[in-house]
Design a protein around this ligand. Structure first.
Ligand code: S3P
Length: 439
């Protein structure tokens, strides 16, 4: 069933965005190896995170949902061999972080996933984890299905990230918890640091040192983690969709409550402000080690900007919806250094060009840069988008439809359930017009 998003005005009201996906995966995983029972408030109940919970149960950990909606995870000192392959669905974070978590366990663990996940590169984690002593059998091309053979004698490693990836950093650090000695990850450009923050809260022996604009993160193997309490903030990556919708539609004024504004995640907000967006943080506070705020967004006239490559790690998942904002800006926007967009849930680099072009916007590539010629308020729409199992492509183009003269149609929005299950209901309750489409 296709979905259509039609022009709307006046998105209004308070919006409760679901929990942060990155924090949710990590809370379940650290809980599963910590001694005692970890309480998680605000866990994101989306397909990706629930697949991680299922995988951890298959490895022997106890994950239960309580009546008040909190999750409790009781850790185990040793994982047990799961019956059959762990199906990680659509989730790169789920599978890559788990490879690190099981690397130090003498077990055979098979991983699989959907067509999107089975086409994504795993060499970025299998390479460093193999240097530490784990072994992998992958499909040709280094993808899933994949079998990992963990080792009880993992060697500590110092590893410089060849790509700015928090997933790779986290996989190596999680493996380092069981390695013999101190494992260090050198990241030339800082990436999201939820793993480091949470490892500290769970009592790991971890240190972070700034070096040449990046970081060196070191973890000592062998120290046991202790259960903790995790409060999951709302996901700024999900919040970015209603944020852009409110900016590009007329007479909108929304408040997004309790959103995580970790500076290594909230780059999109800085860039939107630079574009002239009326976006502000209210009641900034701390929630169990992560900074949060309510975000106020009002309709705005946007202008084109240049986003340098250094900005990418702090907003890597937000380029599809930023490209939509750029389509409604006056003037040209250049988004620089986006090679990593080509290996996300789909090739987002190509999906942005195809999707904007189908909706009458001039958008093209120059090397790894994307150039978008904004049309101000007059973006035409009328395009049909192929979402290719990519939740963020589906949501970005539903957002585009809220302000185009002609409706935007998306072939399949089922992938939205991986990160933001009630996206359509929530958007419509605030004034959007997103519906089933019959041709
Ligand atoms: C994530 C890291 C990013 C991001 C993904 C979530 C994480 O991936 O795109 O959605 O939770 O660590 P990379 O590490 O591949 O950049």
């Amino acid at each position: 069933m296709k979905t259509v998003s039609k022009i709307s005005t006046g998105l209004k009201g308070k919006i409760r965005i679901p929990g942060d996906k990155s924090v949710s995966h990590r809370a379940l995983m650290l809980g599963a190896i910590a001694s005692g029972t970890t309480k998680i408030k605000g866990l994101l109940e989306s397909e990706d995170v629930l697949n991680t919970a299922k995988a951890l149960r298959a490895l022997g950990a106890f994950v239960v949902k309580k009546e008040d909606g909190t999750y409790e995870v009781t850790g185990v000192s040793e994982f047990s061999s799961p019956d059959g392959a762990l199906d990680m669905g659509n989730s790169g974070t789920g599978v890559r972080l788990l490879t690190g978590l099981v690397a130090g366990c003498p077990l055979k663990v098979a991983f699989t996933g959907d067509a999107s996940l089975c086409s994504r590169p795993m060499k970025r984690v299998t390479e460093p984890l193999s240097m530490m002593g784990a072994r992998f059998e992958t499909a040709g091309g280094g993808t899933l299905p994949m079998t990992e053979y963990g080792s009880a004698a993992l060697k500590a490693l110092t590893y410089e990230l060849p790509v700015p990836s928090a997933q790779v950093k986290s996989a190596v650090l999680l493996a380092g918890l069981k390695a013999n000695g101190v494992t260090s990850v050198v990241e030339p450009v800082p990436t999201r640091d939820h793993t480091e923050r949470m490892l500290r809260a769970f009592g790991a022996d971890i240190s972070v040192e700034s070096r040449n604009g990046g970081n060196v993160i070191s973890v000592r193997g062998g120290s046991a983690l202790k259960a903790s309490e995790v409060i999951v903030p709302a996901d700024v990556s999900s919040a970015a969709f209603p944020t852009v919708a409110a900016l590009i539609t007329k007479d909108s004024d929304i408040l997004l409550e309790n959103v995580g504004i970790n500076p290594l995640r909230a780059g999109i907000i800085d860039v939107l402000k630079e574009m002239g967006a009326d976006v502000s943080y209210e009641s900034e506070r701390d929630a169990a080690g992560e900074p949060v705020a309510d975000i106020r967004v009002r309709s705005s006239e946007l202008r084109g900007v240049v986003v340098p490559p250094e900005k990418a790690p702090s907003m890597i998942d937000e380029y599809p919806v930023l490209a939509v904002a750029a389509a409604f800006a006056e003037g040209e926007t250049r988004l620089c250094g986006l090679s990593e967009l080509k290996v996300k849930e789909s090739d987002r680099f190509e999906a942005i060009i195809k999707g904007l072009t189908a909706n009458g916007i001039v958008c093209f590539a120059e090397g790894d840069d994307l150039i978008i010629r904004g049309k101000g308020k007059n973006a035409c729409g009328g395009g049909l988008i192929e979402a290719k199992l990519d939740h963020r492509i589906a949501m970005a183009f539903m957002v585009m439809g809220t302000a185009c003269e002609r409706p935007v149609v998306i072939d399949d929005v089922s992938s939205v359930a991986t990160s933001f299950p009630d996206f359509i209901g929530l958007m419509n309750s605030k004034g959007a017009r997103i519906d089933d489409y019959r041709d």
